[in-house]
Design a protein around this ligand. Structure first.
Ligand code: GSH
Length: 206
C-alpha cells in the first residue's frame, strides 16, 4: 500500500499558502499541490474546509486549515519549525504571528481597494496603519528573531520566512508603501530568502 500523500490546496498569490509551501519544501515533505482560483466556487476545497480558505492541507490525520495551525501540525509531525524550549518557542511563534498579521492586513487592504465598488477610506487607513505599526515594531526585533543556525533552515527562522513572504506580497499589492526606504534592515533578510530555490519557485505571479 502507498503511504498517504498530503494534498495542499493553494492559490498562486496567497501569502498564507506560500508560507506553507515553503515550510513543506524545507522539511522535504512529498505532497501534491492543487491550485485554485479563490475568487471562484471550489466544491472540493469547501468539502475539505467549510471556510473555503487556502491553505488547507489534507493529511492522514484529516484536514488541517489555517496557516498557523498547519505550521503547528508540521512541527508536531516533523519538527524543524519552532525551537524546542518553551520561551524561545513562544517568542518565535509570536513573531511569526505578527508577520502573518501583516499578510492579513495586506489581503484586507487589497480586497477593500480592488474588490469593493466604493472602497472605504477608513478601512484602507486602518489596514495600512496596522501594517506600518507592525513593520515598524518588527524592525526593532533582535537578530535572533530572524537568523537561525539550525540545519535545513537556510539561515532563517520561520518568522524570517514569513516576513519575506509578507514583503514580496507587499511589493505585489502595495508597492507604494515603499517599505525598502522605511525599513532598510529587512532587505538583508529578503536577500537571504531569495537565495533559496524554494522561495524563487513560489514567487507570486504579477
Ligand atoms: N488565517 C488564514 C487566512 C487564509 C486566507 O485568508 N486565505 C485567502 C487567500 S489569501 C483565501 O483563501 N481566500 C478565499 C476566499 O476568501 O474565498 C490562514 O492563515 O491560513
Amino acid at each position: 500500500m502507498h503511504p498517504f500523500q498530503p494534498i495542499l490546496y493553494v492559490s498562486l498569490r496567497s501569502p498564507f499558502a506560500r508560507r506553507i509551501r515553503l515550510a513543506l519544501r524545507r522539511l522535504g515533505v512529498t505532497y501534491e499541490e492543487k491550485f485554485l482560483d479563490v475568487f471562484q466556487e471550489n466544491l472540493e476545497l469547501n468539502n475539505a474546509n467549510p471556510l473555503g480558505l487556502v491553505p488547507t492541507l489534507m493529511t492522514s490525520h484529516g484536514p488541517v486549515s489555517d496557516s498557523n495551525n498547519i505550521l503547528e501540525y508540521l512541527n508536531d509531525t516533523h519538527g524543524g519549525i519552532w525551537p524546542s524550549d518553551v520561551r524561545s518557542k513562544i517568542n518565535a511563534r509570536q513573531n511569526a504571528v505578527w508577520c502573518a498579521g501583516i499578510m492579513q492586513s495586506l489581503v484586507l487592504y487589497f480586497q477593500e481597494a480592488k474588490l469593493h465598488e466604493v472602497p472605504s477610506p477608513r478601512w484602507l487607513k486602518d489596514h495600512a496603519e496596522s501594517m506600518e505599526t507592525t513593520l515598524s515594531f518588527l524592525s526593532n526585533a533582535p537578530d535572533h528573531i530572524w537568523l537561525s543556525s539550525e540545519t535545513g533552515s537556510n539561515g532563517l527562522t520561520q518568522a524570517a520566512w514569513d516576513l519575506s513572504v509578507a514583503l514580496e506580497y507587499m511589493d505585489l499589492r502595495l508597492p507604494e508603501l515603499n517599505w525598502r526606504s522605511k525599513y532598510p534592515s529587512f532587505t538583508a533578510i529578503l536577500d537571504i530568502a531569495r537565495k533559496s530555490s524554494y522561495f524563487c519557485e513560489t514567487t507570486p505571479p504579477t
